[in-house]
Design a protein around this ligand. Structure first.
Ligand code: ADP
Length: 507
């Protein structure tokens, strides 16, 4: 593939104008240039061209942002009635929808995601999620009850529980779906009255400013949302140990999640929610509707070039339909047009960076040379410019191979044949991860049986990764701590206070 063969549409005039604007930090009501000595060079991964330079936040910037968030917690956002918070969040959702095309284009330039996916991320993971959580802002309540203590004394008691915002939230987001990830951290935190200091990912920081600007435009008091840019090992690590942050919510790799948990434990024991890696299974039984299962299996793995935590990267196929499924998935993958995110027919964009591409190619080498699996599709390098990797399918694989155990975060599918259901369950649960998964069968009992046996945060039957605002999402084992989305997604941002009232002598 040469530069000439790829369609690379010009950036829209609005995007050009937006890219020319400074990417400052927002601290309280102050837009300020980061004071770190380290600068982030933002690159469009489809073109390998620099689109922005951003000064990262210094330790002092972080202190100021935490201070602003604390102030807003104590004096403005944290004191608003849920009704007011809901009103502002709904207004914000409308503003996100208003600007979704521009935000989607900037996200595409920032991390390579095709427009066909990036704009829906802004609308569905962004605006709709805000609307959903705005609904909860007026429905946070505790309970009241008579405790048993009253029966052991001559006194009568009543206990009521208050659900209070946990405080200042530090949010650290990844680069693979930045607009969606920022919304996912912000919406539940704001709904319950927390204030937020958010650090964008250094590999894709450009959508953060929209959230900061639009929240102010929607009427959120300054300090409700504070935007930082910066490197993970500098600003991210400092957030994990910061004594003024009450909770960290993080999405990213398992290795970084572990270091955040360690930082939190070693400092003020702040609460931590982690949404980490995965090696999710797609299981196809012989009675499945293959016309549905085959394209879904290809999409489950190759969507956003495999850079999704819930990607279905291990395909377990019953031997009876193995060859048909492999041929079908390979044929479908070949139809997925690789290209620039802004080109209208692009289905697969680039991977995020040269480093990520090198890592994926190294795993492909491992699959061949160390694991001894067979490359059924792809496997070769793809010429630059642009960090492109073609969909790659390994067959003749076993569940214990490295390519079936380790998260690659690229478009690499490992196909493992099975016959016996008990062995299948063992193999499916044999990784350190437990995030997502899907089962394809027309036998509902078998589907439900498998869904119960797969040790992961979510399992879909005859679908993969069914995400919606209402549906809890998160990982078991080393895929994370806690759940996001849905009513459960509010819990990490709340703390409970029990107030016991002595009602006097029982009569
Ligand atoms: P990837 O390796 O795929 O970029 P990471 O998990 O490293 O994924 O990055 C996700 C987010 O975590 C980014 O915002 C990044 O800056 C941040 N991060 C990276 N290292 C650390 C760290 N040591 N402490 C806190 N945050 C970090």
């Amino acid at each position: 593939m040469s530069r000439d063969q790829l369609v690379r549409p010009a950036y829209s005039p609005r995007a050009v104008a937006d890219l020319a604007r400074p990417q400052h930090l927002l601290i309280g009501d102050r837009w300020t240039e980061g004071a770190s000595s380290r600068t982030i060079a933002v690159e469009n991964p489809a073109r390998e061209e620099r689109v922005a330079e951003i000064a990262g936040a210094s330790a002092h910037d972080l202190d100021m942002a935490v201070h602003a968030a604390r102030h807003a917690l104590e004096t403005s956002w944290g004191r608003l009635h849920g009704r007011e918070r809901a009103r502002i969040m709904l207004r914000f959702a409308d503003l996100l929808d208003r600007d979704a095309d521009l935000i989607g284009e900037i996200m595409s330039i920032d991390n390579g995601t095709p427009l066909a996916s990036s704009t829906p991320v802004v609308r569905l993971l962004g605006a709709e999620l805000f609307r959903y959580y705005a609904g909860w802002a007026t429905k946070i309540s505790g309970e009241a009850f008579t405790p048993a203590i009253g029966s052991r004394t001559h006194l009568d008691f009543m206990v009521s529980t208050l659900r209070e915002p946990i405080g200042v939230v530090g949010a650290i987001v990844p680069w693979n779906a930045p607009a969606g990830m920022i919304a996912l951290k912000l919406a539940p935190a704001l709904a319950v009255g927390c204030t937020v200091v958010l650090k964008t990912a250094e590999l894709a920081p450009l959508t953060g400013r929209f959230f900061a600007e639009l929240l102010l435009e929607a009427g959120a008091p300054p300090g409700t949302f504070n935007l930082l840019h910066g490197f993970g090992d500098e600003v991210g690590a400092a957030m994990a140990t910061h004594p003024g942050i009450d909770k960290i919510t993080f999405t990213g790799s398992t290795a970084v999640g572990r270091s955040i948990a360690q930082g939190a434990a070693a400092s003020n024991l702040k609460r931590v929610t982690l949404e980490l890696g995965g090696k999710s299974p797609v299981v196809i039984f012989p009675d499945a509707d293959l016309s549905e299962a085959i394209p879904a299996a290809a999409m489950a793995c190759f969507f956003v070039s495999g850079q999704a935590c819930m990607a279905g990267t291990r395909l377990f196929v019953h031997r009876e339909v193995h060859d048909e499924v492999v041929a079908g998935v390979a044929a479908f993958a070949k139809t997925m047009t690789l290209g620039d995110g802004l080109a209208p027919d692009t289905v697969l964009g680039p991977v995020i960076s040269a480093r990520q591409k090198a890592r994926i190619l190294e795993y492909i080498r491992i699959g061949v040379e160390e694991d001894g699996a067979t490359v059924a599709l792809g496997g070769e390098d793809t010429p630059s410019p642009g960090h492109f990797v073609r969909p790659t399918i390994f067959t003749d694989a076993r569940a214990d191979m490295r390519i079936a155990q380790e998260e690659i975060f690229g478009p690499v599918l490992t196909v493992i044949p099975f016959t016996d259901e008990a062995a299948l369950v063992r193999d499916v649960n044999s990784t350190v991860y437990g995030l997502s998964g899907s089962v394809w069968t027309r036998d509902i009992q078998r589907g439900l049986r498998m869904a119960r046996k797969i040790d992961s945060g979510q399992v879909a039957i005859n679908y993969h990764a069914a995400m919606s605002p209402e549906t809890p999402f998160g990982g078991n084992r080393q895929s994370g701590w806690g759940r996001e989305f849905g009513k459960e997604g509010l819990e990490p941002y709340l703390k409970t206070k029990a107030i016991s009232v002595n009602l006097g002598p029982r009569t």
